[in-house]
Design a protein around this ligand. Structure first.
Ligand SMILES: Nc1ncnc2c1ncn2[C@@H]1O[C@H](COP(=O)(O)OP(=O)(O)OP(=O)(O)O)[C@@H](O)[C@H]1O
Ligand SMILES: [Mg+2]
Length: 394
């Protein structure tokens, strides 16, 4: 009973959180009324479930009370009869009545207790659900701290599936030597971002291993592993705060000079000083709005400031105008300089210079080679390249 009350409360809070954080999408589709209706329906269901629970108790409590009072009545009737046939004194009857009345209180309290136990039972169940949530990756107790690394990233016979057990990556082998740059290309849903997430150990593969300088990622402490890896994710996440704070997120104790140098290398400095408050401009609702390309360059500056030995760039899918495209290309070059790099490229122009291109389809490698080799081969890569070439019309 209280389970469904809680379930309804859940729906309401999920919906609230969802609609408030996605308010722009909702407005852009003009779906305000639709969401208001959904909210009204969830609220109505919540009220109904609460009423059901209350109705139950409003019947249950009087029944228990009546039974109690009936007990008193019976005691009185049989007691009086006992006095009349005189095997009971009036004093004894009075005592008996007092005892029965005394007994009523704990019985009533017990009723209330049942109610509380029911409610807290449901809450406890929820708490245990959260406590029992499986942690995606666990750090070993004797995990090693790698203070410095060469930057050799190697995937060996890797297989991976998300929770639904449908395999997303199959038999994936790749050896990225220190300082080497590798590009992953393939259709949407091929598993590219998944590989990036496994490389940074947000997930563990079910089969095979991922090695950093010959150490299984699972043997390395998460903090030292992630200190050596910088990620520019597919969706750039900016935090509420100033531009400076957002770049400094890569190195919390960075000096102003370091932050500026990183921004310059990422081709972000010029647009930042164009803002009224420069590096102190607030990003977000009340502050400066950034274009997709600008966000990406901030994300690149962040990683440049962190200066890791390995970088993973999951390129945003959104199209860029040719000018920011050019600026991003240059900042990516800075990012890859002297580092082991894994780039997931959607715009194939990004990867003309990489050492190796790996073409992934449905979780499996279908082709590997350099740009020139793969074009000459005339396979999947050549096809994808042709497609972009024709589409962009140059
Ligand atoms: N968190 C997740 N839980 C379950 N399945 C997921 C999850 N993330 C991705 N998938 C599935 O795994 C497959 C590979 O997804 P992935 O994000 O790696 O593709 P991708 O190659 O990066 O695609 P895109 O080019 O669109 O970014 C897809 O079928 C996707 O639906
Ligand atoms: Mg992706």
């Amino acid at each position: 009973m209280y389970q469904s009350v809680n379930d309804q409360a859940d729906l309401i809070s999920n919906h609230l959180q969802d609609t408030i954080s996605n308010i722009k999408i909702i407005k852009s589709f003009g779906n305000e009324q639709y969401e208001i209706n959904r909210f009204t329906e969830f609220s109505r269901n919540y009220r109904e479930e609460n009423l059901k629970a209350t109705r139950f108790w409003s019947i249950f409590v009087p029944i228990i009370n009546t039974l109690n009072e009936l007990g008193n009545l019976l005691t009185l009737v049989f007691g009086a009869w006992g006095v009349m046939v005189s095997h009971l004194t009036i004093g004894e009857l009075a005592a008996l009545l007092t005892y029965v009345t005394l007994l009523n209180k704990p019985i009533n309290r017990f009723n209330g207790l049942v109610n509380i136990i029911q409610r807290s039972g449901v809450s406890a169940k929820r708490i245990f659900q959260i406590l029992d949530t499986k942690i995606e990756v666990k750090e070993k107790e004797n995990a090693i701290n790698l203070t410095s690394i060469q930057g050799n990233l190697k995937f060996e016979g890797m297989e991976f599936a998300y929770h639904n057990n449908q395999s997303v990556i199959r038999n994936f082998n790749l050896d990225i030597q220190p300082g080497m740059s590798v590009a992953l290309v393939g259709s949407s849903g091929a598993g590219k971002s998944t590989i990036a997430k496994i490389a940074a150990r947000f997930y563990d593969p079910q089969k095979g291993r991922v090695l950093l300088d010959g150490h299984d990622l699972q043997d390395i402490s998460l903090s030292s592993l992630r200190s050596h890896i910088g990620i520019v994710p597919q969706e750039t996440l900016l935090l509420y705060g100033t531009v400076k704070e957002n770049i400094a997120y890569g190195k919390l104790d960075a000096t102003d000079q370091e932050i500026e140098a990183a921004a310059k290398a990422a081709n972000a400095h010029d647009f930042i000083i164009g803002f009224p408050d420069g590096y102190q401009s607030i990003i977000g609702e009340q502050g400066v709005k950034l274009s997709g390309g600008q966000r990406q360059r901030i994300a690149i500056a962040r990683v440049l400031l962190k200066n890791p030995q390995i970088v993973i760039l999951d390129e945003a899918t959104s199209a860029l105008d040719s000018e920011s495209e050019q600026l991003i290309q240059e900042s990516i070059k800075q990012l890859f300089k002297g580092r082991t790099s894994l780039v997931i490229a959607h715009r194939l122009s990004t990867i003309a210079d990489v050492d190796l291109i790996v073409v992934l389809e449905k979780g499996e490698i279908v082709e590997t080679g350099t740009h020139t080799e793969l074009i000459a081969q005339g396979g999947r890569y050549a096809y994808l390249y042709e497609l972009q070439f024709v589409k962009s019309g140059n």
